[in-house]
Design a protein around this ligand. Structure first.
Ligand SMILES: [Zn+2]
Length: 294
């Protein structure tokens, strides 16, 4: 039986699933080899699909990086250095004869979250992914706002006009102050050690009552609050939904984040955390191509 397929290409693994009738099922998890050419992975992906389904109805792909949607072109990827200017859709089209859409992985993830009812399908909701960088998606009445293609890249909103340089070419980008590297540098600065604990370890130390770790999360919360206040003014959203590696530490940074927001923006602040299964990106990718095709 033919199906709509969804692939979620991440820095370490690529998840592949399909919608068969009304049900979504995961089919395979492939490694994403950091050093091999992108074409090899895309070829492997299509072989896997064709093994199950000789006439797929469509393939949606979410990939970690800046994606030009119209052409299905991946410009750069923070976690996959070999993936620069990769014509993902054109390559897949040469291997599969079905509709193919390519999106940023935060957007496919958000679309999966709406389908799973973790993001409400009414109102304006901003999904903020706090991890190595900061990703984002604008969801309006269950649909994603793409703008000309790159809407939601909140991590590169400048929060300090002459701040730290960012690989994107700008200065003072939000993600330089409210990401995994930021919490590590705050901890090192406050504790005065050369210790290099990862954010999870810093969180454990904060929960055990270690003062420098608590203060590092307070400072992180301040910067998250600065960014959320800017977004509050811009979108007046019904709520912010946090995801990514730092989101489970919301309890550690929520009070300083709320305090900062309150000082800068009088609008309501609704923050929640996404608790999705890891297949949401592949599900969202399959739904995006299905909904575009129908
Ligand atoms: Zn930037």
């Amino acid at each position: 039986m033919s199906s709509y397929w969804g692939a979620d290409i991440g820095g370490t693994s690529t998840k592949l699933g399909r919608i068969d009738g009304r049900e979504f099922e995961m089919v395979a998890v492939l490694p994403t080899p950091a050093d091999s050419p992108p074409r090899a992975l895309l070829q492997r992906l299509t072989e896997e699909i064709l093994d199950y389904d000789s006439h797929p109805e469509g393939l949606g792909v979410g990939v970690a990086g800046l994606v030009e949607i119209e052409r299905g072109l991946l410009l750069t990827s923070p976690n996959m250095p070999a993936w620069v200017n990769v014509p993902v859709r054109e390559t897949l089209r040469s291997l599969l004869s079905c509709p193919i859409v390519v999106h940023n992985d935060a957007n496919t993830f958000a679309y999966g979250a709406v389908a799973r009812k973790e993001i409400p399908s009414e109102g304006v909701w901003l999904l903020i992914t706090l991890g190595t960088g900061i990703g984002g998606t604008i969801v309006h009445d269950g649909r994603i706002i793409f703008g000309k293609g790159f809407a939601g890249e909140f991590g590169h909103m400048s929060v300090k006009a002459h701040g730290l340089p960012c690989p994107c070419g700008s200065k003072g980008c939000w993600e330089r102050y409210a990401s995994k590297d930021a919490i590590i540098s705050y901890y090192r600065e406050i504790s005065g050690t050369d210790d290099q604990p990862d954010p999870r370890e810093i969180a454990d130390r904060a929960r055990r009552g270690e003062q420098p770790a608590i203060e590092a999360f307070d400072r992180l919360g301040y910067w998250i609050g600065v960014g959320l206040a800017n977004l509050g003014w811009c979108f007046s959203p019904h709520g912010f939904v946090l995801a990514g590696g730092l989101a489970p530490n919301l309890d550690l940074f929520e009070s300083s984040c709320r305090e900062t927001y309150r000082q800068r923006c009088p609008l309501d602040l609704d923050i929640s955390r996404l608790k999705l299964a890891s297949d949401a990106g592949a599900l969202g990718a399959a739904l995006l191509v299905r909904d575009e095709d129908q």
